[in-house]
Design a protein around this ligand. Structure first.
Ligand code: PLP
Length: 424
């Protein structure tokens, strides 16, 4: 698909590109509202991967033969595609990983070894996904670093005054999600980056929930590290990205050892490859890299501006419809959210996620009964147990939107919730 294939089409009309959306579930048309967990794949992504497996496949970076060179070219083209998507200055700063989780674990391990000493502090926030908490706890237990936690306000935002109070001379790194996977809160990461840098610390941005919804510009937001997952941005599973500032990556030791990441190996001594290969041990998922590149082409052709506008409309509409349900409790969104714009890293805002509970109905019951109506939502703690504790609940029901969702699906969700509520 070229730019002109998607350009100018309303996001809702892109549905035909996603065959799975035509499925029915328990006799109902599928209403897929679990996009925060993973997004569906447009046919062009699957086609690009099938084509590579059927016509190009060979291991990359190793062979002198034609296919290997062609596969290597495709992978390096994918890296360049990712560089443009996140607006990194250099391809050397784009490391392929298996996903956000691996990207953060890589930073936790290698950054800690390179830069942190016992008693140094890493600041996390109360709205982090477990994948931006647990890797740091592992480092705390291994190296004696200290973890500090920025609290969340009652209306679901980061308490930036409290954050300012946490930053001090022992702070080395601030780790923050760009968008909460539970509340939809869009955090002003550029402002947080300035706060971190002003006290000599670095910043890691978890962009897992931002990359599908908001334009990413690592230079404009001035972040030192940024992590994202391919499968949440309409790409395949098993591939993700770590953006890292070159001078930091240069000083960090490898995360894993093996093929590809070396210069020369002897039993006495091994030297390491240049960036980004130093961090890419073993055979990479080069076919998934191609799929991710295709997904990024797709998103950019659909237009981030159009996606933001469409998803914001859906979020507002969902808030309006869901608030009419008796006993509805929506988490976050203290006031109606400001539409995110390209300036989101400065302004913050609210994203395309709505978390809720209705009366005393358990989130699992609500999710299970909605599923019977063909409506796929997420239930539980969303890998954010500390945030659940802050909200005073065990779990929520979460509807999360993507570029292909429609107002009529929101109507189906609202009607489904009402129907479930009447059963109790
Ligand atoms: N961070 C956030 C905010 C997420 O929502 C998720 C996944 O839901 C992750 C990190 C982990 O992503 P993955 O499982 O793709 O590594």
């Amino acid at each position: 698909m070229t730019h002109s294939d998607t350009c100018g089409r309303g996001p809702a009309s892109l549905r035909a590109d996603f065959p799975i959306l035509a499925r029915s579930v328990y006799g109902h048309p599928l209403v897929y509202l679990d996009n925060g967990a993973t997004t569906q794949k447009p046919r062009c992504v699957v086609d690009a991967m099938t084509d590579e497996y059927l016509n190009v496949n060979a291991n990359v970076h190793r062979g002198v033969h034609y296919l290997s060179q062609q596969a290597t070219d495709l992978m390096e083209q994918a890296r360049e595609r990712v560089r443009r998507f996140v607006r990194a200055a250099k391809v050397e700063e784009v490391v392929f990983t298996r996903g956000t989780t691996e990207s953060i674990n890589l930073v936790a391990s290698s950054y800690t070894q390179a830069f942190l000493r016992e008693g140094d502090e890493v600041v996390l926030t109360q709205m982090e996904h477990h994948s931006n908490i647990v890797p740091w706890q592992l480092m705390r237990d291994r190296y004696g670093i200290r973890l500090r936690v920025c609290p969340v306000t009652d209306d679901g935002r980061l308490d930036l005054d409290a954050l300012a109070g946490l930053l001090g001379e022992r702070t080395r790194l601030v780790c923050v999600t760009a968008v909460s996977n539970v509340l939809g809160t869009v955090n002003p990461v550029a402002r947080i980056a300035r706060m971190a840098h002003a006290c000599g610390a670095h910043i890691l941005v978890d962009a897992a929930q931002a990359a599908p919804h908001l334009p990413i510009d690592v230079q404009a937001m001035d972040c030192d590290f940024l992590a994202l997952s391919g499968h949440k941005v309409y790409g395949p599973t098993g591939i993700g990205v770590l953006y890292g500032r070159e001078e930091l990556l240069e000083q960090m030791p490898p995360y894993m050892g093996g093929g590809e990441m070396i210069g020369t190996v002897s039993f006495e001594h091994t030297t390491f490859n240049r960036l980004p290969y130093k961090f890419e041990a073993g055979t990479p998922d080069y076919v998934a890299a191609t799929g991710l590149a295709r997904a990024m082409d797709y998103v950019e052709a659909a237009g981030m501006e159009a996606i933001m506008e469409h998803e914001h409309d859906l979020t507002l509409y969902a808030l309006q419809r869901l608030r009419q349900v008796e006993g509805m409790r929506i988490f976050g969104y203290g006031s109606l959210p400001a539409a995110p714009t390209a300036a989101w890293p400065e302004t913050g805002g609210a994203g395309s996620v709505v978390s809720f509970l209705v009366g005393g109905i358990h989130h699992l019951d609500m999710g299970t009964l909605l599923d019977r109506l063909g409506i796929a939502v997420r239930t539980g703690h969303h890998c954010a147990e500390p945030l659940m504790r802050r909200l005073g609940v065990e779990g929520t029901v979460r509807a999360s939107f993507a570029l292909y969702n429609t107002r009529s699906e929101v109507d189906t969700l609202a009607a489904g919730i009402e129907r479930v509520a009447r059963m109790f």
